[in-house]
Design a protein. Structure first.
Length: 107
């Protein structure tokens, strides 16, 4: 999956926009258009495309136990945010569920 495809997946059917608050070569924040809160932060870490997504603590632990590609979020609250690495063992349907949950929790 490319960065552009991941951004499109995050924006799909949502009242949201993507911007680059850290400069054009930095991370992309996907945020609500109404309140400006982030629900996804897309970035490259050690050559891997990743996204930080907010989740309830119980679900955060669940996703981490199910997938090797889901870990505590990089530079975020590790209780409420997960880092999901693209092109790992995470199923597309579960990635979409994580994105939708993050969107709902930050609304």
């Amino acid at each position: 999956m490319t960065k552009e495809e991941l951004i499109t997946l995050c924006l799909n059917g949502k009242k949201a926009c993507a911007d680059t608050p850290f400069g054009a070569n930095g991370a992309t924040a996907v945020r609500h258009t109404q309140n400006g809160k982030w629900f996804a932060l897309i970035f490259v870490l050690e050559g891997k495309l990743c996204v930080n997504l907010k989740c309830q603590p119980v679900k955060a632990d669940f996703w981490r136990s199910v997938y090797h590609g889901v870990q505590p979020a990089w530079h975020m609250n590790k209780t409420h945010w997960n880092k999901v690495e693209m092109d790992t063992d995470v199923l597309p349907c579960d990635l979409q569920e994580m994105i939708n949950d993050s969107y709902a929790l930050t609304k």
